[in-house]
Write a protein that binds this ligand. Structure first.
Ligand code: NDP
Length: 444
């Protein structure tokens, strides 16, 4: 379709070198062809040109002093992508690979994900190329304070509410919240993923992982399958991976492999999550240490090799493009029948094509991992009300939201002649709400 081809070309030319952003935009716009065909008014309104250009991009210096007294400088980012349906909402990522293209891809995906939740939140994302690994507590705190010393002027409970992502957990959120409060002298829900003693929501820590498995459960049930008795391989051993594993086990699955960026552990009897939590959440150690506690388990160097472990269900929960065409083939050849993405864009386009082509049940991240941001939005509501819901209340709302996302995505796919294709369905359903709001608000 010429309009879509032109828009993709424009994005590639205007944003050179931003490979992940190109990949995300191409994937979404291609899947919108049937929608644009039915809505010629979108072209006249320049809707896709506006949708692919962030409303605001903030890039800033983050100077801090390390334990040896040396001055270090990192780069900070906040991309406020789209506020058509609510205040910008999306996590902060601290990882050495972070650059503007990665933050833009994540912010772009966030627009559709947030729309799919049915809650009033726009899309944004941020972070820094700071590497928390090997840093002392003092260094982490000073970095977070310096980061917030610039970021505070761009965010607020009613315009932009960041959360965590890779490398940003409760500890980092706490340091950033403290600094925000100190500078602004206001006590407001400007960040989500906060500790429970200062405005955090019960169930937020578990939300992305639990939500992923609730979505998976809906998807497999619709095909007469079950998580019960299934073997599950989960990449990563961070926030999303740990709580996906916990919920998968609660629903009768057996998690046999998990990983970090160095390698993976394999335990055919089922991975002991209490050990993984102790190692990763408390001691901040490498996943290889698991075998010291459970000598019967195996450790293998090379995180990507985890996809060679035979399983029924694969849950990529580490990072973008971690599962390529070769890994997808290995999974399929070993009998894997369902894949649900906990991470953002973990499967390469080749891998997605293979899964869809071979009839593997496939849940795209922007639908399946939306539970985290959904509960973040619930945290915002609780902060506004100055009230807290119980864990059971939050979990019940999360489950309902994930069921509705599944219904919206599968319904949209059906309506546009792509039944069973949740990639297209999620993009279309997420897009339509944002597009409608943008059309109503005029050329802004
Ligand atoms: P964490 O920092 O808690 O954990 C990330 C995990 O992924 C770690 O085990 C890490 O290993 C591993 N990892 C990171 N980079 C690589 C890599 N290049 N290769 C292999 N493994 C890697 O992050 P989260 O669990 O919060 O996030 C994981 C994914 O889920 C991300 O894509 C994020 O955007 C997405 N997501 C997170 C949400 C949330 O609520 N937290 C919400 C929605 C999506 P190591 O320790 O060795 O670095």
């Amino acid at each position: 379709m010429p309009y879509i081809d032109d828009c993709i070309q424009m994005v590639l030319e205007r944003n050179p070198g931003e490979a992940e952003f190109h990949q995300a935009v191409t994937e979404v716009l291609r899947s919108l062809e049937p929608v644009i065909g039915r809505h010629p008014e979108y072209e006249k309104a320049g809707l896709l040109e506006r949708l692919t250009e962030p409303e605001r991009q903030i890039v800033f210096r983050v100077p801090w002093v390390d334990d040896e007294g040396r001055v270090r400088v990192n780069r900070g980012f906040r991309v406020q992508f789209n506020s058509a349906i609510g205040p910008y909402k999306g996590g902060l990522r601290f990882h050495p690979t972070v650059n503007l293209g990665i933050i833009k891809f994540l912010g772009f995906e966030q627009i559709f994900k947030n729309s799919l939740t049915g809650l009033p939140i726009g899309g944004g994302k941020g972070g820094s190329d700071f590497d928390p690994k090997g840093k002392s507590e003092g260094e982490i705190m000073r970095f977070c304070q310096s980061f917030m010393t610039e970021l505070y002027r761009h965010i607020g409970a009613d315009n932009d509410v960041p959360a965590g992502d890779i490398g940003v957990g409760a500890r980092e959120i706490g340091y950033m919240y403290g600094q925000y409060k100190r500078i602004r002298n206001v006590y407001e829900g400007v960040l989500t993923g906060k500790g429970l003693t200062y405005g955090g929501s019960l169930g937020r820590k578990e939300a992305t992982g639990y939500g992923l498995v609730y979505f998976l459960d809906e998807m497999v049930k619709a095909r007469g399958r079950s998580i019960k008795g299934a073997s599950v391989v989960i990449s990563g051993s961070g926030n999303v991976a740990i709580y996906a594993a916990e919920k998968a086990v609660q629903l009768g699955g057996r998690v046999v492999a998990m990983s970090d960026s160095n390698g993976y552990i394999y335990d055919p009897e089922g991975i002991r999550l209490d050990t993984v939590k102790q190692l990763k959440e408390v001691e901040r150690k490498r996943i290889r240490e698991y075998t010291a506690v459970h000598p019967k388990a195996e450790y293998h160097e090379g995180s990507w090799k985890i996809w060679q472990v035979p399983c029924d269900i694969a849950l990529p929960c580490a990072t973008q493009n971690e599962l390529d065409g070769v890994s997808a083939e290995a999974l399929i050849n070993n009998g894997c029948w369902a894949v649900a993405e906990g991470a953002n864009m973990p499967s390469t386009p080749e891998a997605v094509d293979l899964f869809l082509g071979k009839g593997i049940l496939f849940a795209p991240g922007k639908a399946a991992n939306a539970g985290g941001v959904a509960v973040s939005a619930l945290e915002m509501s609780q902060n506004s009300m100055r009230y807290s819901w119980t864990f059971e209340e939050v979990d019940a709302k999360l489950k309902e939201i994930m069921t509705n996302i599944y219904k919206r995505a599968s319904q949209a796919a059906k309506e546009y002649g792509l039944e069973g294709n949740l990639v297209a369905g999620a993009n279309i359903a997420g897009f339509l709400k944002v597009a409608d709001a943008m059309m109503s608000q005029g050329v802004v």
